[in-house]
Ligand binder design. Sequence first.
Ligand SMILES: Nc1ncnc2c1ncn2[C@@H]1O[C@H](COP(=O)(O)OP(=O)(O)O)[C@@H](O)[C@H]1O
Ligand SMILES: [Mg+2]
Length: 316
Amino acid sequence: MTETTSAPAAEPAAPTTAAMPAPAPSAAPAPGPAIAPVLGPTGRPLPSFPEPPALVDHGPARVVALCNQKGGVGKTTTTINLGAALAECGRRVLLVDFDPQGALSVGLGIDAHNLDRSVYDLVMGHVGHVEDVLTKTNVPGLDLLPSSIDLSAAEIQLVPEVGREHALQRILRPVLGDYDVVLVDCQPSLGLLTVNALTAAHGLIVPLECEYFALRGVALLQETIEKVRERLNEGLQIDGLLATMYDGRTVHSREVLARLVDAFGDKVFHTVISRTVRFPETTVAGVPIIVHAPNSPGATAYRQLAREVLARWDGG
Ligand SMILES: Nc1ncnc2c1ncn2[C@@H]1O[C@H](COP(=O)(O)OP(=O)(O)O)[C@@H](O)[C@H]1O
Ligand SMILES: [Mg+2]
């Protein structure tokens, strides 16, 4: 736009002497207030998240379940990329593939069909030591407990066991001191495996796709969380809700996000993950987006999420 000192052409000419220069239009498009707060995509002022301090000591880990009984909402993508971003911040991170689909393992380049030992063997007590299943990933500081389709049998085989909801908690206990964060990638259901994850967890992160029906399942998830709190793990906290697959160009995405903030307020992370084809690409590549496309908006978003999450945890 060109700056002009005369009145815009559409404005009626002043009825006074034509010789006088037109007054500067007082209602010209304002350049905007000088110190407006920067609003983030969630409609709230966007705080800046500090660079997390380096750690001198490691552990004990905060266990966080990535949970939503709906599939395809970004649980696995968030587990991989938040994990990699936290590792980049110098945190020691353990990822637990707790979905028999094994997408987390595949996403980290592990052949889930040809595992000698997996989380299933730990859950069923076939293998006593976590170290026997622990796998290093190609990201420094990021380890994995991989899974395969075997794990689907555990859902039934665990039922008659004493302490069946505490299997994952028992598995993780010996290694909590070695890590700063354990992220558990849950399966898309509220069955016994997910209840195990919620029982073992200090907190949970709920990824939600920015589409119309995203909120539908949240009430059911909240009921499960309440039951787990009452019966199994009273300290379980909701660390935050994460909007994923966001497309700021559509009214629809913006509306869903606004409703999410209306319903859950500050529980909604300021960081929002946009929809981009780079995520499916990185799954095929078997590495986190942070490694595959380190300067992409997706990598930047997950780095910001890591800082936001660390700030939340430190703040209580
Ligand atoms: N922000 C995103 N934009 C576009 N595609 C995404 C995004 N996040 C995840 N995906 C893709 O969507 C699919 C489902 O994501 P995934 O993380 O596996 O969900 P879930 O674990 O909840 O089932 C995958 O193909 C993944 O690559
Ligand atoms: Mg998944």
